[in-house]
Write a protein that binds this ligand. Sequence first.
Ligand code: ATP
Length: 425
Amino acid sequence: LPLKRQMTETMKKYLSPTIFQLLELIGEEAGYLSMRAYLIGGMVRDLMLERDNEDMDIVVEGDGISLALHLQKLYGGKVRKHDEFRTATWKHPSGFKVDLTSARTEYYDFPAALPKVELSTIKEDLYRRDFTINAMGICLNQEEFGELLDYFHGYEDLNKEKLRVLYNLSFVEDPTRILRAVRFESRFNFSMDEQTERLAVQSANNLLSVSKPRLSSELIRLFTEENASEGVKRMRELTLNKYLLTRPGDDEPVQKRIDCIYYWHSVFKEEGIAVNRSIWMAYMFSLTTGRVNDEVDLEGFCLTKEDVKTLNDLYNLLVSHQSRSIDPSLPIRDIHVNLATMKPEPLFGYFAIEFPDHNEKLFNYLLTREKLTRKVDGNDLKKLGLKPSPYFKEILLEVDIKQLENPETSKEKLIEWVSHKFLNK
Ligand code: ATP
């Protein structure tokens, strides 16, 4: 970590030149309009941790919208305004986006000349934040460019790898910060300081009063973090689940499922196989008893169409589990005939819940299936002289099985096989 509290060199070193120049010119133009601009939050923290982050959050002492429009006039790009919050997003022609927020208080009647008042405005803004490591700012105005504002000792906490709230009622005021704490702990391998953890446990029941949309957005972020398994472990240790779910599952099976989903989710990512965001439904369901008669109560959560489909598919898979008689020891053909129409996201949940101890073959099947590019399609069948009909689907399923069993088979060989097997039927 850098020892000096002057951040210019660090910024030069770790930010892309375009971002660095953008920050410089924002500071200059803010000064021209007698405003002050500060880079705050995640990017400041990540600069010190030498982690990439391109989210430019700027707090302006003055009017963020006027500054955004001024920047657009001079340098082009687009501005999107949110009048009610006095915030704006400026999209620079280079493609980078900058969020400009007016420091909460005196944004309409800004006393330009009084440094004391100016400071207290940004200080107040920073005081409203979640953790000390997220409550630092860097001044962007020309004369003080690069100066670190660290009223709450975030720099020290960062060095100690601690998450600390800024005031005792922080979690009561906004209980989603508890989930944020868990997320940052697992991402950075930090831990809450003693007092913060105590407050988190004490305030956890306040999660019951948080709106479901806010909860879902924090949970999605938690499940898609670099270290989701660890995050879920902490959720259990802090006994958060009982305030999030109607029927939380027992610790051991829950953790095993989560570890499994997380492990394979990472493998799929490494292999470049996209799994969509609705996989959070698999994580969510895995936190419950996993029994379908104990339906997860997800009413009010912000579910997208895709989420609902994944949840329904998972639910149906679990309901029909007995009759499907899927068994990892079955040949690939039988597994595929049964599961071919199912998308990966519900299958992640299904495999983890129903096959906690032997799911490797099933996940490997899914991975091979998702990597597979069909070498033979309907047009190839037509070229062979087959008449388009619902029968095509069956033939193509057989071709898929052939490919799954032996991914190396060439297109020519597959066509030869099709014509041999199906042409005279
Ligand atoms: P990430 O890298 O996950 O984006 P971030 O710190 O940038 O991390 P955001 O959720 O984008 O997280 O929030 C940006 C900043 O806004 C944070 O650094 C923090 O200062 C503040 N913030 C966000 N959510 C809260 C909250 N619930 N309570 C207080 N401050 C918050």
